[in-house]
Design a protein around this ligand. Sequence first.
Ligand code: GLU
Length: 303
Amino acid sequence: MDLQAILDDICAEMRKAEDRGVVARYIPQLAQVSPDHFGVSVALPSGQVFSAGDAQVPFSIQSVSKVFTLAMALGRMGDQLWTRVGREPSGEAFNAILQLEREKGRPRNPFINAGAIVTTDAVLAGHAPREFLGELLRFIRTAAQDDDIHINDAVAASEQATGDLNRSLAYFMLSHGNLLNAPDLTLGAYFHQCAVEMTCEQLARAGLFLTGAAGAPRMVSPARQHRINAMMMLCGHYDASGDFAYRVGLPGKSGVGGGIMVIVPGRAAISVWSPGLNAQGNSKLGTEAIEMLAQRTGWSVFR
Ligand code: GLU
């Protein structure tokens, strides 16, 4: 299989696309990113990385960060985490609040905003946000085997300035006893976590620990790796998670910066970036590109 040729074809196809989706506007710094970018990388456990397009341009990983925080939270407190957050698909938008009211402040899963805020709160556990962020960066850098991964403070400040909906979710959970730190601390940690910047190459490499393949970094136990993949498959694309599973058949996590990290268990980790989003807040061309890649490679967990 000529992976490079496949990626080049996909990139050429995506460059031609006229409808590129809409760049997230509710975080002003993200609204400034050109929708013309497209990059894709595939990292193999051997250390080889194949890329096409803007695979070296850093972008805001946003909600893809929730996968790393989940791995840290499970490492820290194991199954205790599930007393505070569920593991069911929400069938709702990433920032929905109604369901949280019906379910008394216990978010459906760690990948919607409310669930991620609780997960961050759990890892924070009385520490200063700076310590949490240091630990998160260490985790991501170790996974990616690259120290040149940083937080974009302007993006974090931009979200901090406009993050009233996330603040509402946090205070709502606080009123239900499901937030243990001061909301400002948890939210500060959460906004900065979302503002981590990575290139497609770095993000693809950072996903390798979830492939469980020989040669990939071992950062979680095999049982946990299977479970994080299960969560990504069921909840990784908000209310389009079923559609992504149907079209792609691989666990993935998207972010409103237009990035998607996808795991091919036992084989490879993929990252794609195209900033324009579809109606569900997932990268429009990114989703299409991963669908093409899965078709061309035959990669699927259902084969
Ligand atoms: N930082 C974003 C927010 O909290 C993350 C959402 C996403 O990437 O889907 O609104």
